[in-house]
Write a protein that binds this ligand. Structure first.
Ligand code: PLP
Length: 391
């Protein structure tokens, strides 16, 4: 579809009620996502849950194809999960670590991932080594190259961190990981829906993402991609009779595809909502989405620079649509609440959400405004005016 802002806004019920600049928290669902879920829930109520799933089985199966198209994979390499964290955990904990192994990660790594590194370090004695940044605060691929040795068991980084606008060089990291045959797990949670994704080009072996953020899907959805040759070697950390068929009293067989990481029971309405969100994103165009998101974010940064008392907390050269800032003499949570009362949605991130980054840059709890393609410059003006009235 051609980029038609008026139509995209008409298909987004939430814009009538809110200035929604919290797409890094949860994007506003477009009408086709909402309608598909509501219609499916009605079928569950009208004819029964199992029967509704049977009726929609072809469409439910097609969700794998949609997600695969979104990231340039094969449907058999996709697992659907209840969030990005579970997707990431399934891949990470399946790898199997031993004392002496090394995990290489980035300074801006997301908290959920880092605490899992710490747990595995506590259990097994792996070393967690943080790849240094370059002078602009971006993961330095040359430094990564110098860190590689035979003990590196995993490279796991976040592509676009939860705040700071940073875009890590995910593709460069993939090139290095591949050259050395090291498994590479990429957290694409904030990237999906905001930028085109091609797992071949990225060179990642595993990629995790959420449905609810820039992809504009429902809450409680996510997915995992695992490259086929690696997939067949991985034993999920937990299994049930869906991921592993009980074939003899003393034996099970793992499914050959990525669904070995799933369990039997699922929220099918949410899955269909995720599928609708992916199809919608593909129809809008990921390149178009990226250009518009970044344009709006750049406009917002320029506006905020002119508001007295506001400090931007960007890092890196190429900036995502996640704009982090603080307001002098005002706590982030209080500003967040005040904006909420004025009908403006943003969010705030505590240091513990990306602790290494916050410590390295001595950051307070930061406010996070994250425009999407459906936002308008007038909405950005509204946020800037509301912040100006605070100072
Ligand atoms: C970079 C990053 N990774 C992972 C997650 C976790 O995603 P989910 O809440 O879907 O598990 C988030 C959520 O904010 C995130 O920002």
């Amino acid at each position: 579809m051609p980029f038609d802002l008026q139509r995209l806004r008409a298909e987004t019920p939430g814009v009538a009620h809110r200035v929604h600049l919290n797409n890094a928290g949860a994007g506003l669902m477009p009408r086709p996502v909402l309608d598909r879920m509501v219609a499916y829930l009605h079928r569950e109520a009208d004819i029964g849950g199992y029967e509704a799933a049977y009726e929609a089985s072809a469409e439910l199966d097609a969700v794998y194809g949609s997600v695969a198209r979104l990231v340039g994979a094969s449907p058999s390499e996709i697992a659907l999960t209840e969030n990005a964290t579970v997707a990431w955990q399934m891949a990470f904990y399946a790898l199997g670590f031993k004392a002496g192994d090394r995990i290489l990660t980035a300074r801006a790594e997301y908290a959920a991932n880092y605490v899992a590194f710490l747990q595995v370090a506590k259990r097994t004695g792996v070393a967690i080594d943080v790849i240094p940044d370059d002078a602009d605060g971006v993961l330095d691929p040359d430094a990564l190259e110098r860190m590689i040795d035979s003990r590196v068991r995993l490279i796991a980084i976040t592509w676009m961190p939860t705040n700071s606008g940073l875009v890590n060089p995910a593709q460069e990291v993939g090139r290095i990981a591949r050259a050395h045959g090291i498994p590479y797990l990429l957290d694409a949670c904030q990237a999906v829906g905001q930028t085109p994704i091609d797992v071949e080009r990225l060179g990642c072996d595993m990629l995790s993402a959420t449905g609810r953020k820039f992809l504009r899907g429902p809450r409680g959805t996510g997915f995992l991609y695992v490259r086929k040759p690696l997939l067949v070697t991985l034993e999920p950390p937990m299994i049930d009779h869906f991921g592993a068929v009980w074939v003899a009293p003393d034996r099970y067989e793992l499914r050959p595809d990525a669904r070995r990481f799933e369990t039997w029971e699922n929220n099918y309405a949410a899955r269909l909502g995720l599928g609708a969100a992916v199809d919608y994103a593909l129809a809008v165009g990921l390149h178009e989405a990226e250009v518009r998101c970044r344009e709006l974010a750049a406009t917002l940064r320029a506006l905020l620079r002119d508001v007295p008392g506001i400090e931007l907390h960007d890092a890196g050269r190429e900036l995502s649509a996640i704009v982090s800032f603080s307001v002098r003499r005002h706590a982030a949570a209080a500003v967040n609440l005040q904006l909420l009362r004025a009908g403006i949605n943003v969010s705030h991130s505590k240091p513990s959400s990306a602790l290494l980054d916050h410590l390295a840059r001595d950051l307070p709890t930061v406010l996070r405004a994250s425009p999407h393609y459906f936002n308008t410059p007038e909405e950005l003006d509204e946020l800037a005016a509301a912040l100006r009235s605070l100072s």
